[in-house]
Design a protein around this ligand. Structure first.
Ligand SMILES: C[S@@+](CC[C@H](N)C(=O)[O-])C[C@H]1O[C@@H](n2cnc3c(N)ncnc32)[C@H](O)[C@@H]1O
Length: 207
């Protein structure tokens, strides 16, 4: 098993279609993004890291909630499309795009990591190594949200459920919430102690 699907696989996918997963038009995706962003425990973040940003639809939503976003992808065509989308939306100023892989070093100083529909392209061993190397570098109180398709895809090294099992087994990541249906699993984790949003924000009755 190689470390991850080859970059050429995604270059070919984008050569065949500018938005291969139709992220900008499918109601399925819009709804999933709404659930993912609604699950974030904080209204705002300082610096989000989004590996595998594709054409930037989720990046645009994150840019509205974060002072800065570092968005990466292995496909240059995806990065070009994402950059154009953020410029059109007038949100490009705080967003840095880079051609990097999820298994490269993560940026320092991020308080939000968004692993959305990307980790199943890595082998389980590689993703385990990445989590064990990078999660301890996140500061206390950082959020990691993950969202992955649950149906098996023959080409992908892992299923979405396998990805989420690996994340849940990471030292010092604590699950704050989970959404799961037949299609997708979305989970939010925090570093340090998991405190519910109601408790954190002093809603009466929360313990
Ligand atoms: C299905 S799209 C997900 C887009 C976005 N994260 C979302 O949830 O809508 C997957 C993207 O991951 C990129 N990708 C594939 N392998 C990657 C890797 N090892 N590191 C970073 N990005 C990768 C692909 O080029 C593609 O643009």
């Amino acid at each position: 098993m190689t470390a991850r699907l080859p970059d050429q696989y995604f270059a070919d996918v984008y050569a065949a279609s500018p938005d291969p997963w139709r992220l900008a038009e499918r109601w399925y995706e819009q709804r999933k993004y709404a659930i993912t962003t609604a699950m974030l425990p904080r209204p705002r973040y300082r610096h989000a890291f989004e590996p595998g940003c594709s054409v930037g639809v989720l990046t645009e939503l994150l840019a509205a909630r974060c002072d800065a976003v570092t968005a990466t992808d292995v496909a240059p065509a995806a990065l070009d499309a994402a950059r154009e989308r953020l410029e059109r939306a007038g949100l490009a100023d705080g967003v840095e795009f880079a051609g990097r892989s999820l298994d490269d070093d993560w940026p320092t100083g991020v308080d939000l990591v968004v692993v959305s529909e990307v980790a199943y392209y890595l082998s389980a061993a590689t993703f385990r190594e990445v989590l064990d190397r990078e999660c301890p570098r996140l500061g206390t109180g950082a959020t990691l949200v993950a969202a992955h398709w649950r149906h098996p895809v023959a080409d992908y090294p892992m299923t979405g459920d396998e990805v989420h099992e690996l994340i849940a087994d990471t030292a010092d990541l604590h699950r704050l919430g989970r959404y799961r249906d037949d299609d997708v699993v979305i989970e939010v984790f925090v570093t340090g102690t998991a405190v519910s949003v109601a408790t954190e924000t002093g809603v009466p009755g929360a313990v």
